[in-house]
Design a protein around this ligand. Sequence first.
Ligand SMILES: [Zn+2]
Length: 445
Amino acid sequence: MESVHKIISARWVVPVNESRDILENHSVVIKEDKIVEILKTEEALTKYQPDEKIALPGHALIPGFVNSHGHAAMTLFRGMADDLELMTWLNDHIWPAEGKWVSPEFVADGTRFAIGEMIRSGTTCFSDNYFYGEEVAQEILKSGIRGQICSTVIDFPTPGAETPDEGIQNAMDLWEKYKDNDYVMPIFGPHAPYTVSDEPFKKIIKLAKENNILIQMHVHETQTEVDGSIEQYGKRPIKRLHDLGLLGPHMQCVHMTALNEEDIEIIAETGSHVMHCPESNLKLASGFCPVHKLQEKGINVTLGTDGAASNNDLDMLGEMRTAAQLAKAVAQNAEALPAYEALALATINGAKSMAKEDKFGSLEAGKFADVVAVDLSDLESQPIFDPVSHIVYATTRNQVTDVWVGGKQLLANRELTTLPISELIATAIEWKEKIVKGREQTAEK
Ligand SMILES: [Zn+2]
């Protein structure tokens, strides 16, 4: 018998592989940080000798979620300003609060807090567009999750960067330090077409192409953005980005509402990726991303929660359900984005957009053991004709019981193993009190 580290045996294994299998009574065999084999449980237990045997007879194992767009530290602003449209929300609430509060300490505390929430809901890799990337990197490494860090580049001064050039330098420094790291994945994060002018874009694309660095950006978040671009540049944002040479397989376009046929054609032709954030788009009334149309054109669509200040949670199970339902409503077609494809959006498609589909995003031999166990044994999950249907349409994040990243267990029977949950909660409460006090002082002046 071959010695391995872990065998996780479950009622179902949903690998999210090319053939979209659902395997019954199978085991995931793990050696060090990788999956060695996925095979029938009775065979696994005679072929391999594990250090640890985990039996989950009422569970389904799925690949860890890849939350492909968010602003982790903004979780500390959760519920601070709701029921406003995007520009009012940003101009009157979020940007002033960020100007006042965002510091390396805020980012470290907020990111750690967000990672706790993400692990508890089955996310094993997240993407982060924010400030102070080194603080984010440290929190990623301490917690054991994976994270793509998109260093912000924007025309006006931000925390950690007075100019776009400083933002670009921050991204390059982070990339130099972590380019070979499988947990911290630094890329460029220019904010949006309406906040970044042509010169910084030209510098970013030159460096991205020379060094093979990815780019993530908010694009076509609202119709207002599209109208503004036509007025300022005489063309739609997608066309402008295309003319600047920014689009391609290295490009992750977040939101993508208000698209016309030509926009979709350009995205398909260039092989750019689309990060769909349905709950943020719904809550800010930003618009609708035509997921079904994009998929019909062969475009890789991924799933993201966006920041908790506009969602208001970091729950990929909930996001996946919203995505599946919204795709049908937008396409006026109940066959749009079926359950298994919604699960692919939330896992392997995210890995593809990060050019990491050979490393994670599905449960397959040779990939990292980024595995999530979902408990389907209770009343709310019965009867089970199809476990994938339940995972997408009838499962909440409280049913996520165990999470492994690179074979290391980060959630064990709903308990975080690398983060102190009571400290995370206490820190969030402290920040809320500071923010409220600050607001009262501003009001008095
Ligand atoms: Zn965003």
